[in-house]
Ligand binder design. Structure first.
Ligand SMILES: Cc1ncc(C[n+]2csc(CCOP(=O)(O)OP(=O)(O)O)c2C)c(N)n1
Length: 330
């Protein structure tokens, strides 16, 4: 049976907010589903890591940010990028490796981003975005800005040295970073229990004397509220904050992974708590036609992005040596 969000919490939000949250999550889900098929057809180069099941985290966090706040992402970045306002078109073109993509076809899936929209191109080195987020937040603080950096990473990253160094630095200088750990229980195929005795990632905050909080990452409203609280603290100079969002991925770690290590009963539990179905379940009695219209609109947006990407121009030979550090071939 699919669970739904509590009516009492949904009732506190305007309908437009709830429909917007639903649309943003559906956009990510349908984008990811279409991209999976395109990869299987061999239409795109490289590899992909997908985030179906984790949409509540990306959208809940980004809806709580201001438009000029900044974001760092990981090897699993499609949801973060769409939630931060990148368009399906600029992303799909990028995934096709075409010259008019958001990184001119040079980033691909694992380095997707658009700095004009506040998303630093994603960093696929596990934990690599964490010190970078601290550095960006230091720059904001030195320039007396009011922005916040939302720094996404998985629970696997919390055993990397970069996590401890970056969080410590942010702590000692009270930097405006919301560290967002999407705890989907597995680092590739390795269960978190096998590599950490710390039961809650948020407990690690106490090692750096900062606030930590564990949140249901599949409840988009809970994620939104926790991020708002954390971002407000950061803007008051009371950051950083470590949020642990409990969630689950519905697909393999990367495109070739059949996910055999996820036990059946665990899958059933988490699939019954799908973030999109939980919000839809709470809205459908009153708003079924609006939700159906959103589904249709999202389908059209994705199909149109695929058509646009297929027709987009290939990079030229000259593009090979632009925007790169080493431009001379000896
Ligand atoms: C420093 C580093 N080590 C190993 C890898 C290979 N790798 C890519 S993703 C991944 C698992 C990361 O797990 P987690 O941080 O929990 O993120 P999730 O995949 O669950 O989103 C690994 C080991 C890498 N990219 N970088």
């Amino acid at each position: 049976m699919t669970m739904k969000l509590a009516e009492s919490s949904v009732a506190q939000y305007p309908v437009e907010f709830l429909l917007n949250a639903y649309e943003r999550m559906q956009l990510i889900r349908q984008f990811e589903e279409r991209v999976k098929l395109l990869f299987l057809e061999g239409a795109m180069p490289g590899t992909i890591h997908q985030s179906q099941g984790q949409e509540g985290c990306a959208v809940g966090v980004c809806m709580a940010l201001e438009v000029d706040d900044l974001l760092t992402s990981t090897h699993r970045p499609h949801g973060h990028a769409l939630a931060k306002g990148l368009t399906p078109d600029e992303m799909m073109i990028e995934l096709f490796g075409k010259g008019t993509g958001c990184c001119k076809g040079k980033g691909g899936s694992m380095h997707i981003g658009n700095i004009d929209k506040g998303m630093v191109p994603a960093i696929a080195i596990v934990g690599g975005g964490i010190p970078l987020a601290a550095g960006m937040a230091l720059a904001i603080k030195m320039q007396k800005g009011s922005q916040v950096v939302a720094c996404f990473f998985g629970e696997g990253a919390t055993n990397e040295g970069a996590f401890h160094e970056g969080v410590n630095l942010a702590s000692i200088w009270s930097l405006p970073v919301v560290f967002v750990c999407e705890n989907n229980l597995y680092g590739a195929s390795t269960s978190i229990d096998k590599v950490s005795k710390v039961k809650r990632v948020s407990d690690r905050a106490s090692a750096y004397s900062i606030r930590g909080e564990t949140v249901d990452g599949n409840d988009i409203l809970a994620v939104y509220e926790a991020t708002k609280r954390a971002a407000d603290e950061c803007r008051r100079g009371e950051g950083p904050v470590l949020l642990e969002l409990l969630t689950y991925r519905r697909t393999g770690h990367s495109r070739r992974d059949p996910c055999h290590y996820q036990p059946k009963d665990e899958q059933e539990y988490w699939f019954s708590r799908d973030p999109i179905a939980m919000l839809r379940g709470a809205l459908v009695d009153e708003l079924e036609s609006e939700l159906d219209a959103i589904d249709a609109r999202v389908d059209n947006m994705i199909e149109s992005a695929v058509e646009t990407a297929k027709l987009a121009p290939e990079p030229t030979i000259d593009d090979l040596t632009t925007d790169v550090y080493a431009s001379e071939i000896a």
